[in-house]
Design a protein around this ligand. Structure first.
Ligand code: HEC
Ligand code: HEC
Length: 420
């Protein structure tokens, strides 16, 4: 045998070995490898549970039919909100089926309280927190259980269907490592653990980075432009803290989008309470949405009303997450700021509120006739734009990458004839 043919033989043998490699790669996804893969894109470390939650969150095979993940409506580059800014409300996996509400931004849910009694004696409702615009999911994990089964979202018929799908994913082994071998045998337990994993992801460091220009400003590491600073002053001046109302304009925003007046606690821009700011109906024909008043598990005190009340959302990453309001009525930040400024100015020509309940409608001394100039509105918008975290846009690649990991896994299984 000549030297070259020996080399050829060795090469052939190596090729044969390579061709069988898919078998070896079939070995279940290992935690360190999965972590390293995701760290490449995020530069962040995840706990095992957060990592599985991340895979669940970006997995487009968990809808019926396949094609929609949580991230489809909560896309990183859109502030974890619906990337389709032309649609006021979100489309489900079945084309043409829409919910009636706009997806709110999702980062910082880690800091939002569960639904429950409000410790603030001045609370309008006596309640605080919860998830969804009407707080009907008490906790982040409770929330995560709902989209899978919602016919206008991911459309699975029941929990069994979801659990079966998760048990066939490329990360099913990791899921068992965390929650125990056999976890898929009991639908209720498995479904709870799916939700718990997603909740862990939603609370992970990637979704609470506090690295916006505003955060750098708070830390003394960045300077706001004069316009942003003017906006900040307008935003934070309200009728309770304005020393000289006759001469100092106030936009009253922090009355509801509350922040501490120092750095002692995170600035989240919400009082966690519920208000009716008088958002108009999306079209004159849309069915009225009474928000908190539509819940059957709670009721206002005698003579009171919860109609038209919606949760005060955090304003972090708000510039990424248009359109605005629970029904997506406002297409831009400028438009909603103009609404706060002029809701009660007849010449402004706003349609009336969807729920004109006199008990709940935020009064004119708070909003609706602030007397701000066009430039002052722009200043508030400029300030809101400083609340965008750095790096969310670059996370868009993560969705694609999780898809690629799944494709690779499918190819390998096909190659080995394992099938699923
Ligand atoms: C079809 C689009 C769509 C899909 C898919 C979807 N969501 Fe949502 N999400 C929404 C909409 C719309 C709302 C607001 C609904 C409401 O308030 O009634 C919402 C609300 C939320 C909230 C509440 C945020 C807050 O501050 O109250 C969280 C958290 C959330 N979704 C997470 C998820 C998770 C986790 C998944 C996947 C299991 C998911 N979503 C799938 C559209 C979607
Ligand atoms: C009376 C309480 C209150 C005041 C005052 C208030 N807000 Fe709001 N804000 C809310 C509530 C509640 C919502 C959600 C309302 C809805 O969709 O029905 C909201 C929604 C928003 C949204 C849209 C959020 C989203 O995710 O779609 C923006 C932006 C906003 N407010 C900015 C401001 C600014 C700027 C000011 C000051 C000019 C202000 N708010 C004053 C309570 C308030």
């Amino acid at each position: 045998m000549t030297r070259t043919s020996r080399v050829k033989l060795v090469a052939l043998a190596a090729l044969a070995l390579l061709l069988t490699v898919p078998h070896m790669a079939l070995a279940k996804l290992k935690l360190p490898d999965a972590s390293a893969e995701i760290a490449k894109f995020t530069g962040l470390q995840f706990t095992p549970t957060e990592l599985v939650g991340l895979f669940l969150f970006f997995d487009t095979t968990l809808s019926e039919p396949a094609g929609q993940s949580c991230a489809s409506c909560h896309f990183p580059g859109a502030g974890f909100d619906d990337p389709d800014n032309d649609l006021p409300v979100s489309e489900g996996v079945i084309p043409g089926l829409f919910g009636t509400r706009n997806a709110p931004t999702m980062p910082y849910v880690a800091f939002l309280p569960d639904f429950g009694p409000n410790p603030n004696p001045f609370s309008l409702t006596g309640f605080q927190g919860g998830f969804f615009w009407d707080g009907r999911a008490a906790t982040v994990a409770d929330q995560a259980k709902q989209p899978f089964l919602n016919p206008v979202e991911m459309n699975n018929a029941n929990k069994d269907e979801v659990v079966l799908k998760v048990s066939k994913t490329f990360y099913a082994g990791l899921f068992e490592d965390i929650w125990g071998v056999g976890v898929f045998d009991n639908t209720e337990t498995a479904y709870d653990k799916i939700a718990e994993s997603i909740a862990a992801f939603e609370k992970c460091q990637m979704l609470r980075q506090f690295n916006s220009k505003y955060d750098l400003f708070l830390a003394g590491k960045a300077k706001l432009t004069p316009l942003e600073e003017e906006g900040r002053l307008l935003f934070t001046t309200n009728f309770l803290n304005n020393p000289d109302p006759a001469n100092t304009p106030q936009a009253n925003c922090t009355f509801c989008h509350a922040i501490p007046n120092d750095n002692s606690a995170p600035h989240l821009f919400t009082d966690n309470d519920y208000h009716n700011i008088g958002v108009p109906p999306l079209t004159p024909a849309t069915t009225q949405d009474i928000g908190l008043g539509g819940r059957t598990d709670i009721a206002p005190p005698a003579g009171g009303s919860f109609n038209g009340l919606f949760k005060t959302p955090t304003l972090r990453n708000i510039a990424l997450s248009g359109p605005y309001g629970h029904n997506g009525f406002f297409t831009s930040l400028k438009e909603i700021v103009h609404f706060y400024n002029t809701r009660d100015v007849p010449e402004a020509g706003w349609p009336g509120p969807d729920v004109p309940d006199p008990i709940t409608l935020a009064p004119t001394f708070l909003m609706g006739n602030l007397g701000l100039s066009d430039n002052q509105e722009n200043a508030i918008v400029a300030f809101l734009e400083t609340l965008t975290d750095r790096g969310l846009k670059s996370l868009d690649r993560l969705a694609k990458h999780v898809d690629n990991m799944r494709h690779q896994d499918e190819q390998q299984n096909k190659g080995s004839g394992k099938g699923k």
